[in-house]
Structure formats: structure tokens, C-alpha cells
Design a protein around this ligand. Structure first.
Ligand code: HEC
Length: 149
């Protein structure tokens, strides 16, 4: 190859290399497709937290089942699992890192389960269902905002 053509070839190769996108994209530069706020839980905090979440799902399922069969005892038992007892079980280390917006949705949700426990004694099933629906709205609102990791 004559020297001039060789230089031109090298220049072109260099240009092509400069113009090409980097093979390894910089993760920091990519927009996160998941807009939820990270709670930065440790692996063990997350495991315990998600286990409580699954318990809340079982609770609300039990409440709905109890409403459908008008079984007040079943409603009370199901709701009690996710009331204040669960709220108090949150370890201090985790409590310290949870943002205010999270707590403002979390605490009232546990209180709604306590309210279901009390109302299940005497209230109409439709009224209890209304409180359960409020609790479910809180579940949805928080899930839209936060992620455990
Ligand atoms: C204050 C916030 C908050 C409230 C209220 C809340 N959750 Fe969650 N929940 C979360 C977060 C955060 C996660 C983890 C999501 C992630 O990391 O992707 C989660 C995860 C879950 C999961 C998945 C568990 C698993 O094993 O992965 C279930 C089920 C769940 N929640 C049920 C409920 C139900 C039912 C309610 C309402 C009765 C509820 N949650 C209320 C914050 C909340």
C-alpha cells in the first residue's frame, strides 16, 4: 500500500472509531426506566419487609373473603395481622432510613387494618369493604412510588 493511501486508511479508521458509539454504555448516563424511589434496604431488611408485604396481601384477601361470607371473626383475625403489631415490628435500622413520604402512607395503612378490626364488630359489610378499599388505595399509591432495593 502506498504511504499516502495508508495514512488515509488510518485516518478513516480512526474517524470511524471516534464516531462509533461506545460499546459499553455508561449506566449512569442512561435514564432509569423504573422511576420509583429506592429505599436502599439491605438484603435481610428487604427479605423481612417483603415477607410482611406478602402477609398484608394475605390479610386483605382474608378481609375480603370474610366480607363475602359475612364472617366477622374471620375479618377480625385477618385484619389483626397487618395492624399495629406489624407496624411496631419494623426494625429501628430500617425505620431510620425510610423517607417521610413512605411513613405517611405506611402508618395510616396499618391504622386502617386496626379500624377494620374495630368496625368488624358491628358495622355493615359495605362499610367494612369501604375501609378495605381505602387500605388497597394506599397499597397502590406506595407501590407506585417506592422500591425496596
Ligand atoms: C408505605 C408503602 C407501602 C404500602 C402502604 C404497601 N406496600 Fe407493599 N410494597 C412496598 C414496597 C416498597 C415493595 C417492594 C417493591 C419493589 O421493591 O419492587 C412492596 C412489595 C409488596 C409485595 C411484593 C412482595 C414480594 O414478595 O415481592 C406485595 C405482595 C405487597 N407489597 C402487598 C401490599 C399490600 C396488599 C398492601 C396494602 C394492604 C401494601 N403492600 C402496602 C411498599 C408498600
Amino acid at each position: 500500500m502506498p504511504i499516502q493511501r495508508k495514512t488515509a486508511w488510518l485516518a478513516l479508521t480512526l474517524l470511524a472509531w471516534l464516531a462509533s458509539p461506545p460499546t459499553q454504555a455508561n449506566p449512569a448516563a442512561e435514564p432509569d426506566p423504573d422511576p420509583r424511589v429506592h429505599l436502599h434496604m439491605t438484603t435481610s431488611e428487604r427479605a423481612q419487609f417483603l415477607s410482611e408485604m406478602r402477609q398484608m396481601l394475605i390479610s386483605i384477601q382474608g378481609v375480603m373473603q370474610g366480607i363475602a361470607t359475612e364472617d366477622r371473626t374471620a375479618i377480625i383475625e385477618a385484619a389483626r395481622y397487618s395492624g399495629n403489631r406489624m407496624a411496631r415490628a419494623t426494625p429501628q435500622s430500617l425505620r431510620d432510613k425510610l423517607p417521610m413520604e413512605f411513613k405517611q402512607l405506611g402508618a395510616p395503612t396499618h391504622m386502617l387494618f386496626e379500624e377494620i378490626v374495630i368496625r368488624a364488630e358491628t358495622d355493615d359489610m359495605a362499610d367494612i369493604a369501604e375501609v378495605a378499599a381505602q387500605a388497597l388505595a394506599n397499597c397502590a399509591a406506595c407501590h407506585a412510588q417506592f422500591r425496596a432495593d
